[in-house]
Design a protein. Structure first.
Length: 289
């Protein structure tokens, strides 16, 4: 009766991120090209008889109460489907926290998916994605995974042809960025340069990695990079060490670089670690479900 389920919460990068407006409720309308990458958190969920949600994690500063998105996702499913008993969660995190890679949203997506499996609810994916919006705008995409165009506040998803396989280096400098602050500053900025989202989609359809890389753009860089110049420094280091292109993911501060081969990616990883501007530097690749 009290089963166990293990799942990997994959991270994402933004190949393109544009903000096209602000709603009265404070949310922003976006157009983004999202891509899942191989870097993941490992989540083990176990049903327990007690009416409790217990979360243990390898990250000391992470909340394990109702302020954790995994907790919120489990509670949402329990309330929605009137589920008895509790859940114990072992959350082993590798995705950098508060980094623009949707780590928390991906963990929440896994919790929704895991609850569906553990309680044999057979809730369709579309319904899970609708529930996910109640937790966060990135959660539906984290359930869907792969290559997608995200519109609205990020919840309107159109699946795209898969991004061709490529080597990706992830580097997070030791700064934490407030997404809320970045968007507030963007509202007060006269943005003149917007990324070519349609051009990125066209390049993906052509399966041309170099063309995708050349068209990448993130409008939030205009706000976050001046606040944290280390982001620009890491971008330049990646390009100087062989990346076809490098860009900030989400609201930052994580930078990713697309590399033509594994050797140059690993060499750049070693350089960045020695330089010390980024404490967390990971090699990964595009992921297609």
């Amino acid at each position: 009766m009290y089963g166990k389920y293990q799942i990997k919460g994959k991270s994402k990068i933004n190949l393109g991120l544009d903000v096209i407006g602000r709603r009265e409720n404070g949310y922003h309308d976006v157009r983004m090209v999202m891509q899942t990458v191989g870097l993941y958190d490992r989540i083990i969920m176990t049903r327990i008889p007690e009416e409790e949600i217990r979360i243990k994690t390898n990250i000391g500063f992470l909340p394990v109460n109702e302020n954790n998105l995994v907790y919120k996702a489990i509670m949402l499913m329990k309330n929605k489907y009137k589920l008895d008993g509790g859940i114990e969660v072992d959350l082993n995190k590798f995705i950098p926290v508060a980094a623009g890679m949707a780590g928390g949203s991906s963990d929440a997506a896994c919790a929704l998916f895991g609850m569906n499996r553990l309680f044999e609810l057979n809730v369709p994916m579309k319904e899970l994605m609708k529930l996910g919006v109640e937790i966060g705008a990135d959660v539906p995409y984290c359930l869907m995974r792969g290559t997608a165009l995200a519109e609205g506040i990020g919840e309107k998803l159109t699946r795209l042809p898969g991004m061709p396989f490529c080597h990706i280096l992830i580097a997070k400098p030791p700064v934490n960025v407030s997404t809320k602050l970045v968007y507030e500053k963007l509202d007060n900025t006269d943005v003149k340069l917007h990324p070519d989202i349609d051009g990125i989609i066209e390049a993906i359809k052509l399966k041309d990695v170099a063309l995708v890389a050349s068209r990448m753009g993130n409008v939030l860089e205009s706000v976050t990079v001046p606040l944290y110049p280390v982001i620009d420094s890491i971008k330049k280091d990646m390009i100087e060490h062989g990346a076809i292109n490098a860009m900030m993911s989400g609201s930052g501060p994580t930078v990713f670089g697309i590399f033509p081969d594994e050797q140059s990616m690993i060499a750049c990883q070693q350089f960045l670690r020695q330089k010390g501007e980024a404490r967390q530097v990971y090699t990964t690749e595009t992921f297609t479900p």
